[in-house]
Every structure is written in C-alpha cells, then in structure tokens.
Design a protein around this ligand. Structure first.
Ligand code: PLP
Length: 458
C-alpha cells in the first residue's frame, strides 16, 4: 500500500461525496495562508522529532506501534466527514461499521450472543464492565489479581465498589485457590481475569475460573485489552498456545479488548462486549438532544461515553476487511510476534550475560542482566535501559518492569534479596518485524548487559 497515494485518494473521495451538496466558500475566520501554515507546520514538525521510533524494531519497549496504513486511510477518510458514533444521526455509515467490527470481535471470542461497542480505551471498556458488574451485584465487591492492570483498583474506587486483590502464582497468573477462599466469604460479585497481563503477558486460567462462577454465583469479566487478539491463535491451539483459557472467554460475562494495541489501530480504540444483551437495561437513560433517527438501539444508549470518533470505527472496519480475524489475516501478524518472543527467550536462556525472568506466555519478553543480588540487578537493568537509548549510533529502546522480592525469588531462588524488589527489562515484541531483526536486537542487548554488569562490579 502506497500510503501517500491512498491518503490523496481519501481526500478525493471526500470531495466527490461533498460536491453535489454545492460549494461552501471558506469563512474568513478559518482562512490561513499557506505561508502562515508553513511556518506553524515547520515548528510542529520540528517538535514531533522528539519521539521514540515505535515503528522500528530498535524500539523494543512498551506495547506501542503505528497503525496499519489501512487504518490510517480509513481514519482520515472518515475524519474528513467527522461522524460521531454516539447516535445514528451522528453518522449512519460508521455506526454500522462499528456494529460489524464488534460482531467480528464477538465471533473471535466465540460469544454466541453479544451486546457491545467500541470505547476510547481499554480503561473505559473495563470501567463499563465493572459498572455493569456493580449494577448486577450492588452489594458485592470485585476481585482482580495482583498483576492485573492498575486501573481496576482505581475504577473500583471510582465506582464506590470494594476491590479485592488476589495473589498470583509464580508465573503471574491469578491463584485460583486464593480466589476461591475469597469467594467463600461471599464478599465478591465479579472476578476480573486477565488474558495477557500488561507486565508479563500472563494468561489467567479463565477455564478453571468458570467452575467457580457456577459454584459461587459470580460474574466473570475478562480483561483482554492487550492479549485479546491472541484468541485468533489461542482458540485454535496454534503457535503452542493452550486453547483452554482462550476458548473459555466466550463463556464469560464480559470481555474488554484494545484494537489500539494488537489490532493495528491508532489510539482511541477499545472495545467492551457483554454475553447477555439484557445488560443494556443498566445503561438506560434518555437524551434531550439525540436519538432522533430510527436505529433499534443507538450506540450511545449502551455506552457510558457520549461523543466517540466514528473515524475509529471506520479505521477498524477497513483494517478488518483486509486483515480479518483469522489465522492468515491478523493472526499472521500475531504469529510472527509470538515466534519472535519464543526465539528470543531461547537466545536469552543461552546467553551468559542475561537471565530470562520468565518464559513468555504471549509476546512479552522479560529478562535481566546477571548480577547476583536484587540491588545489583536493579541498577544494571536501569543502566541498560538508559544506555540503550543514549547510544546515538545504534540505539535500542527497552522498558522496565518492577518485580517485588517475593515474585523475583519465586522464579529465581538463587538471587540474593538485598532489596524489596528490582527492575527487570521488558520488551513487548508487538511488531512482526522483530522476527527478522531479532539477531541484531539480541546482540545489542547482550552487549549492553555486558557493559552494565562490568560497571556494577568494579
Ligand atoms: C493496556 C491495558 C489496559 C488499559 O487500556 P488503555 O487502552 O491503556 O486504557 C487494561 N488492561 C490491560 C490488561 C492492558 O494491557
């Protein structure tokens, strides 16, 4: 895809659509000369250089990458119209695209029936699921694992619901025995399971939690913001993934997923889906300004947010037309990421300078320089992070994850715990390009480890 030419065609398409409505001379208040814009744009372009190269495999840090060109073209083309998916009269075309894209996501998770919509983020998607959880069980709290996303605790506070933190096992997955002990008290109405934790990519045993739902009458919400699209591979047991948790998602009460992480979308695209469409009753409200076109249910009637970019739905819909949620569509992107992560884990195991923090469940690789004590590991990891970014000739951008001493010792009992925790390095291999780049990345990271440790032990 030639992005430049397709962006031009998106603008032409808008002009073709707009022409029959008749010309609208630009109002003087809007008019800006090319000269004036050129000056502002030059300043802007210079400012934008202060960025990390998320597009490049030298950037092996957080779960960030640019959107697919199809998403960029879809977003721009729709943005020129600027539909608002709150109500159907905000833009029927993108409202329909949103419903179709959400139905495709429901299909990916194997939800037989669903009520769902896009959101601006995973946090908003989870908030909606927790809001419905509170309405369904007003007198009971919400449980989430110690490794779940930090926003669950925060959103419980916001909703005025008691949050309960459940410990994790030595792989970062929710400890279901601890969960069951908590459920026995009757204090919990909803359990949040994570399919791909943000730190380690650990997949909670969603399938085993299904039994507890029946036994204790709790709701199950799956936070699959980061990992959700792995259901394409996971539900088929592809790429060495255990199918059990992925197949179980379709039997849970709700699920959140972020198309703006693994779904190739620009920021501003999360999704929440409920298995029981009747939860729409919890959202019931009227609006004096909107909902005046026939639509069955308007998307705004089943969401907590009001205005939302129709362009986000357009971008996702167009992307899914060319890369559907199948193993050889978007699945091929995920397979490449996953293979790169597994191969890198092997290389790290074989490297004397580095230790694998834990085997990746999905595509997040965590590792640390060999240094003996938590204090030394922490300092050496921080040095590797800083030096990697500071190298002007051959930079590499990593990220760090703070592990507390217990979590560390559960995985590496030989390490001396002279501190209450340590930072380890964390690379989310979210781009398929890591596959080819891996040897270079590994060489660079082992060099950094070598330097980092030699300074730690003078
Ligand atoms: C990223 C993430 C979130 C938060 O999503 P945002 O889109 O950043 O708001 C929630 N849960 C998990 C597991 C995540 O990885």
């Amino acid at each position: 895809m030639d992005l430049l030419s397709w962006l031009g065609r998106a603008v032409e398409g808008f002009d073709d659509w707009a022409r029959p409505f008749g010309p609208v001379p630009p109002h003087p208040s809007h008019q800006v000369s090319d000269e004036r814009f050129a000056a502002a744009f030059a300043e802007f372009a210079a400012r934008m250089r202060d960025n990390y190269p998320f597009f490049h495999p030298r950037y092996a840090g957080q779960m960030v990458k640019p959107p697919h060109p199809a998403a960029v073209v879809g977003y721009l083309a729709a943005m020129l119209v600027n539909p608002n998916n709150h109500a159907r009269e905000g833009g029927p075309a993108t409202a329909d695209m949103e419903r179709e894209a959400v139905a495709a996501i429901a299909g990916m998770f194997g939800l037989p029936d669903h009520l769902g919509h896009l959101t601006t983020s995973g946090t908003m998607a989870n908030l909606e699921a927790l809001f419905v959880a509170r309405e369904a069980h007003p007198d009971r709290g919400i449980a989430y694992s110690a490794d779940s996303h930090f926003t669950h605790r925060r959103m419980c506070h916001l909703l005025g619901v008691r949050g309960h933190e459940v410990p994790v096992d030595a792989r970062g997955r929710m400890d279901l025995d601890a969960l069951e002990a908590l459920l026995r008290t009757g204090a919990v109405g909803t359990v949040v399971l994570t399919a791909g934790t943000t730190g380690l990519g650990a997949v909670d045993p969603v399938h085993d939690a299904l039994v507890l739902r029946e036994r204790y009458g709790v709701r199950l919400h799956v936070d699959a913001a980061y990992g959700g699209f792995y259901a394409i591979l996971g539900s088929r047991g592809a790429e060495g993934l255990d199918p059990a948790p992925w197949r179980a998602i379709g039997r849970c009460d709700s699920v959140a997923v972020d198309p703006h992480k693994h779904g190739l979308q620009p920021y501003g695209c999360g999704a929440v889906l409920f298995a029981d469409p009747s939860v729409a009753r919890f959202y019931r409200h009227d609006s004096p300004y909107t909902y005046f076109t026939p639509a069955g249910v308007h998307l705004g009637e089943i969401s907590l947010e009001c205005s939302r970019a129709g362009a986000a739905a357009a971008a996702l819909w167009l992307t899914l037309r060319v890369l559907p949620l199948t193993p050889d569509g978007l699945g091929a992107v995920l397979s490449a990421s996953r293979r790169a992560a597994l191969r890198w884990a092997e290389l790290i195991r074989a490297a004397p300078e580095l230790t694998l923090y834990q085997q990746p469940d999905l595509d997040i690789v965590t590792y640390f320089p060999q240094a003996g004590t938590l204090g030394a590991i922490d300092a050496a990891s921080a040095r590797m992070l800083a030096r990697g970014m500071a190298d002007a000739q051959d930079p590499v951008f990593l990220s760090v994850l703070r592990a507390d001493a217990n979590a560390f010792l559960a995985r590496h009992p030989d390490v001396v715990a002279d501190a209450d925790g340590a930072r380890v390095l964390r690379s989310v291999l979210i781009k398929p390009e890591f596959n080819d780049y891996l040897p270079r990345l590994h060489t660079k990271v082992t060099e950094l480890a070598h330097q980092g440790v030699s300074v730690a032990a003078p």
